[in-house]
Design a protein around this ligand. Structure first.
Ligand code: NCD
Length: 307
């Protein structure tokens, strides 16, 4: 039962709870219009202290499609934060108005802190370079829908694995599924942190800086953006920003049924020509994000259990 729970890190939910969410999202996809009154009367706050297009709009679309209503801000400087209000005070206030709080914040740990001071459940919509659990639920639903199961595959995570929070959450969760092999593809400077690799057996992963040399063995390629906003030096960003560019030429070396995923936004790391390739599923993936968030919100609010 995830009713009333916070979602701060992927591991906050059990294997069964995640499975249940994926099945529920699959039901919603099949009959998407049957859920339009499920959260009628619920008010949900989206507090975005960091820029977002997909995550914010996909949460808001999910809420509206469930019949709920939304309050919130997309720019913290338009809120009392600009007057110096602390996160804790904002949360204590907003949790007196809303039934659920969704928060994105540039500081790692901010959603956790928020959850300690909130009267209502808190969902982490991305905290700094740390975690992004609802993107991971999106990714799992995408894999389940398009591959049939979340097991027995080799996934290559490519790009900024140091600061890319989506790769952190995804790796953590996938290491709990059967027979998954990881290929971490990044420049030396942007390697995946050790604390994320912990828990994966040494025989189940390898690290490399070459996309060309590894693409042929992948069932899924998860591309990511170099996270400009987390770099301390502009020069360092400029040096690394075009480390990987997936184009049709490189794709010739890939399996015919390899999925190309990306949490988006994309900058240069996938050439626009790749969008026409059937293996490119990143816009589908973004749409699945809305359905898994519909499932998540209704379950946390205790609405999805009797259907
Ligand atoms: C990601 C994020 O915010 O971490 N975007 C998203 O939520 N879909 C990836 C990114 O910004 O590169």
């Amino acid at each position: 039962m995830i009713k009333g729970k916070h979602l701060i890190e992927v591991n906050d939910f059990s294997f069964e709870e995640i499975d249940d969410l994926i099945s529920y999202a699959t039901e919603i996809i099949k009959n998407e219009h049957d859920y339009s009154n499920l959260c009628k009367g619920n008010l949900i706050a989206t507090l975005f202290y960091e820029p977002s297009t997909r995550t914010k709009f996909s949460f808001e679309s999910a809420i509206l499609r469930l019949g709920g209503q939304v309050i919130g801000f997309a720019d913290a400087m338009s809120s009392s934060v600009s007057k110096g209000e602390s996160l804790v005070d904002t949360i204590q206030t907003i949790s007196g108005y809303a039934d659920l709080i969704i928060i994105r914040h540039p500081k790692e740990g901010a959603p956790k802190l928020a959850s300690k001071h909130s009267r209502v459940p808190v969902i982490n919509a991305g905290d700094g370079g740390h975690q992004h659990p609802t993107q991971t639920l999106t990714d799992l639903l995408t894999i389940k829908q398009l591959k049939g199961s979340i097991s027995n595959f080799t996934i290559g995570l490519c790009g900024d694995l140091k600061f890319g929070r989506t790769t952190h959450s995804l790796t953590k969760i996938l290491s709990r599924y059967p027979n998954i092999n990881f290929v971490f593809i990044s420049p030396e400077e942007l390697r995946i942190p050790d604390y994320i690799k912990e828990g994966i057996g040494k025989e189940s992963y390898q690290e490399t800086n070459s996309l060309e040399n590894s693409i042929g063995k992948l069932d899924i390629l998860y591309m990511t953006r170099i996270q400009k906003e987390r770099f301390f030096s502009e020069q360092e960003y400029l040096r690394l920003k075009d480390s990987y560019i997936l184009n049709n030429e490189i794709l010739k070396m890939a399996n015919e049924d390899m999925l190309i995923m990306h949490p988006l936004p994309r900058v240069n790391e996938i050439a626009a020509e790749v969008d026409d390739d059937e293996r490119a599923v990143y816009f589908k993936q973004a749409r699945y994000g809305m359905f898994i968030r519909m499932a998540l919100i209704s379950k946390i609010l205790g609405k999805g259990d009797n259907l």
